[in-house]
Design a protein around this ligand. Structure first.
Ligand code: ZN
Length: 384
């Protein structure tokens, strides 16, 4: 079958076109159609496939195979007939904004820091770029600043197929060695790159390039960006979140970090106060125990840390102590004192528990009734 003529390569803004159906067949459980020419972009180079309509059918995916572009369609189109193709333009233009933003940022990262773009993907929720080198916050901030300068200068974005001689003198970014005619995309003064994707005509249409996250990845940096309307959506989400925090804490939006820190500090102080009050109660309870006689206490509503401190207070007087705290159908436990780990192992075996410890401390949980727990500890010589 003859190769499909790709309208999007010369005119990324072609959203509607007419073409002759060359084939329509079932393949791998789906129906697919090939045309003489198409404006539908097939998945590739990190850019997702277009969606839209072909005649009366919906186009739900687009792939290239040996130069032929196959449209996955929801209904048959008749071979030999001329059909109209309509691209989901909102979706495509979003891809063009993200893709061009990626070129600008990658070109700048390459020029400024020698970073290679080693991975790129436009997802539904985020746009990912993998750079080959570690990047500090300062480097990322500078790259973002410079990228938005290019956007504001509204520079032209062009695609061309230079002849071999000119190509051999051209310095451009490329992920792999290329054969045959190479499509060179120039994104203003920021980037020259071999690319098959679709781009906006001028950098201003990108709107905004915002780095939304960055993390170390395989010795380099994985960056996520949001461009155009995605950047606005991201801004709205974050604005709403900050607004909600600001209302909850009665703080001005710009002062929310300090307000959150204050709440965390207060929380830590309250925790410390609560622990001190609990410790006083645990020690008072310990004084009611007989000295050097293993003791058991059953309680409820204590945190794991409180249960551990309670057992430790009791053990200081009794030598060996266990605290059970009701949780659901069973108990969490802490055992403290001489032989605690061995006792926990026997308790797990007898009462269907799990967990354990080392030496003089063990913790875990058991699923049993209070009666059977008390019976076990009584048999172990506890004051239960
Ligand atoms: Zn591109």
């Amino acid at each position: 079958m003859e190769k499909t003529e790709r309208l999007y390569e010369r005119d990324a803004y072609c959203a509607s076109f007419c073409s002759t159906v060359l084939a329509c067949e079932e393949h791998g459980g789906v129906l697919r159609a090939a045309l003489a020419t198409t404006a539908f972009y097939p998945e590739g180079g990190g850019q997702p496939a277009d969606r839209g309509a072909l005649g009366g059918a919906r186009v739900v995916d687009v792939h290239e195979e040996d130069g032929v572009i196959w449209h996955t369609v929801t209904a048959p189109v008749r071979v030999g007939e001329t059909v109209q193709g309509d691209i989901d333009w909102t979706r495509r233009f979003d891809h063009m904004q993200q893709h061009t933003g990626e070129h600008i940022l990658s070109g700048i990262a390459h020029e400024q820091f020698g970073c290679e773009n080693v991975g790129f993907g436009i997802g539904e929720d985020s746009v990912r770029i993998d750079f080959s080198l570690p990047m500090t916050d300062e480097m990322l901030a500078l790259a973002e600043e410079l990228a938005n300068g290019i956007v504001q200068r509204n520079e032209p974005v062009t695609a061309e197929w230079p002849d071999p001689v000119r190509l051999s003198h051209l310095s451009y970014r490329s992920k792999k060695a290329l054969e045959g005619p190479v499509r060179i995309v120039t994104a203003g003064s920021a980037d020259v790159c071999a690319c098959c994707g679709t781009h906006v005509a001028r950098t201003g249409e990108v709107g905004l390039v915002k780095i939304t996250s960055a993390q170390s990845y395989k010795g380099g940096t994985r960056v996520t960006i949001a461009c155009g309307m995605r950047a606005l959506e991201d801004y709205r989400r974050r604005h709403d979140a900050v607004h909600e925090i600001s209302v909850l804490l009665s703080a001005k939006p710009d002062e929310t970090p300090a307000a959150v820190r204050r709440v965390l500090d207060e929380n830590a102080a309250l925790h410390a106060q609560l622990a001190a009050a609990e410790n006083a109660r645990f020690e008072a309870e310990a004084r009611t125990c007989r000295e050097n006689v293993p003791a058991l206490r059953v309680c409820e509503g204590l945190s794991g840390d409180s249960v551990r401190r309670f057992a430790s207070s009791l053990a200081a007087r009794c030598g060996l102590a266990a605290v059970l705290c009701r949780r659901g159908d069973g108990f969490s436990y802490a055992v403290c004192g001489a032989g605690a780990a061995e006792l926990a192992a026997r308790m797990n075996a007898a009462l269907g528990g799990k967990g354990g410890g080392r030496g003089e401390f063990a913790q875990g949980s058991v699923s049993c009734t209070e009666e059977s727990a008390r019976a076990f500890f009584a048999a172990e010589g506890f004051d239960a």
